[in-house]
Design a protein around this ligand. Structure first.
Ligand code: UTP
Length: 308
C-alpha cells in the first residue's frame, strides 16, 4: 500500500428508496427492516461492511426510516427485561446490532435517485475513498466480495465496482459495463457503463451489483450529473464519467477519480428488494442455519415431495 492510497474506513449505505416493489409491506416499514430469517436485511449488510474492516457506517435515510436508527441503537427497556429473566442468549442478540459499528445518519429529503443519495454522504466522507453498500443486495458472508474490492482499490487506485455475469435477457434490469480483461482473472478494466440498457445496446452481460469502492472525485461529478433513466440522478451515469477521466488532461483539470475496475463476483448473492429472490434468500439461509436447518430442511423436503 502506498501513501497515496489511504486505508478505507467508511461505508455508506443508501437506504432512502421508497421500496415500491414490496408494497404494502413497505408502506410504513423500511424494506431494509424486512427479516431474512430472524435478522433484518440491513444488519447483514452492516455486518459485511464491518467484516471488511469498515466500522464507520453512514446510512442515508428518509421519511419512515426511523426503525433503522432504532435497530442499531440500544433498547434499554428490552435489555433490562431480558436481564431480569436471565435470558442471556436473547440479550446478546439484542445487543449485537448496537455494538456492531459507529453509526451515523443523514437524511435524503427527496429521494432523487441513488446518485443523489451517495452525494448526501459528501460532508461525512471528505477526501477519502469509501465504500457504498446497497441494502437490497445480500452477499453471502462465505463469499467475501467487499474485502477483495478494497484490496483491488489499494493496488490499483481509482474506483472499483462489483460485477456479475447475468443471462443476456436479464441485463436490462441492471447497470451494465463494457470491460477489458486484466492480468487478474477476477478483475476487469471498465471502459464504459450504461444504466439498464436494452439487450441490443448492452456492451456485455456484466451487471453492476450493489457494492462500490469509490474515489471521492465522484462527488464533484455527481453534483453535475443530470437526472437520467427514470428521472433519477443515477450513480451509473456518474461512474460512466469517472471511467472516462483517467487521462493526464483530466487529472490536470482536477477531474481524476478513475480508473474504474470491476471485481467479477461468482459467489452467492440475493436481491432482497425482489420478492422472489427475497423468498429464496430466506429458504436458503434458513436451510443452512445450524439451529433451524435440520428441522426446516426435513419439512421442506416433504413439502416439495407432496406439492411438486
Ligand atoms: P432501488 O432502485 O432498489 O429503489 O434503489 P427503491 O426505491 O429502494 O426500491 P423499489 O425499486 O421502489 O422497490 C437502490 C438503492 O438505492 C437507495 C435504495 O434505498 C436502495 O438501497 N436509494 C434509491 C436511495 O437511498 N435514494 C434514492 O433516491 C433512490
Amino acid at each position: 500500500m502506498t501513501e497515496s492510497h489511504p486505508r478505507i474506513t467508511k461505508a455508506v449505505i443508501p437506504a432512502a428508496g421508497l421500496g415500491t416493489r414490496f408494497l404494502p409491506a413497505t408502506k410504513a416499514t423500511p424494506k431494509e427492516m424486512l427479516p431474512v430469517v430472524d435478522k433484518p436485511a440491513i444488519q447483514y449488510v452492516v455486518e459485511e461492511a464491518v467484516s471488511a474492516g469498515l466500522d464507520d457506517v453512514l446510512m442515508i435515510t428518509g421519511r419512515n426510516k426511523r426503525p433503522l436508527e432504532d435497530h442499531f441503537d440500544r433498547n434499554y427497556e428490552l435489555e433490562s427485561a431480558l436481564q431480569k429473566k436471565g435470558d442471556a442468549g436473547r440479550l446478546a442478540k439484542v445487543q449485537e446490532s448496537s455494538d456492531l459499528a459507529t453509526m451515523h445518519y443523514v437524511r435524503q429529503g427527496d429521494p432523487r435517485g441513488l446518485g443523489h443519495a451517495v452525494l448526501c454522504a459528501a460532508p461525512h466522507v471528505g477526501q477519502e475513498p469509501f465504500a457504498v453498500l446497497l441494502g437490497d443486495d445480500l452477499i453471502d458472508p462465505r463469499d467475501p466480495l467487499l474485502k477483495r474490492m478494497v484490496e483491488v482499490q489499494k493496488q490499483r487506485g481509482g474506483s472499483v465496482i462489483a460485477l456479475m455475469e447475468v443471462a443476456p435477457e436479464q441485463i436490462h434490469l441492471y447497470g451494465c459495463a463494457a470491460v477489458a480483461e486484466t492480468e487478474d482473472s477476477d478483475v476487469v478494466r471498465v471502459s464504459g457503463l450504461v444504466e439498464k440498457p436494452d439487450l441490443a445496446d448492452a456492451p456485455s452481460n456484466y451487471a453492476i451489483i450493489g457494492r462500490y469502492v469509490l474515489d471521492p472525485h465522484i462527488f464533484g461529478i455527481l453534483r453535475e450529473t443530470e437526472p437520467g433513466r427514470g428521472g433519477e440522478i443515477q450513480l451509473t451515469d456518474a461512474l460512466q464519467q469517472l471511467s472516462q477521466t483517467h487521462t493526464s488532461a483530466a487529472t490536470a483539470a482536477g477531474k481524476a477519480g478513475g480508473p474504474v475496475h470491476g471485481v467479477v463476483f461468482k459467489g452467492r448473492r440475493y436481491d432482497t428488494g425482489d420478492r422472489g429472490d427475497y423468498l429464496r434468500a430466506i429458504v436458503r439461509l434458513a436451510c443452512e442455519r445450524e439451529d433451524l436447518g435440520p428441522d426446516f430442511r426435513a419439512w421442506l423436503r416433504s413439502y416439495v415431495a407432496e406439492e411438486m
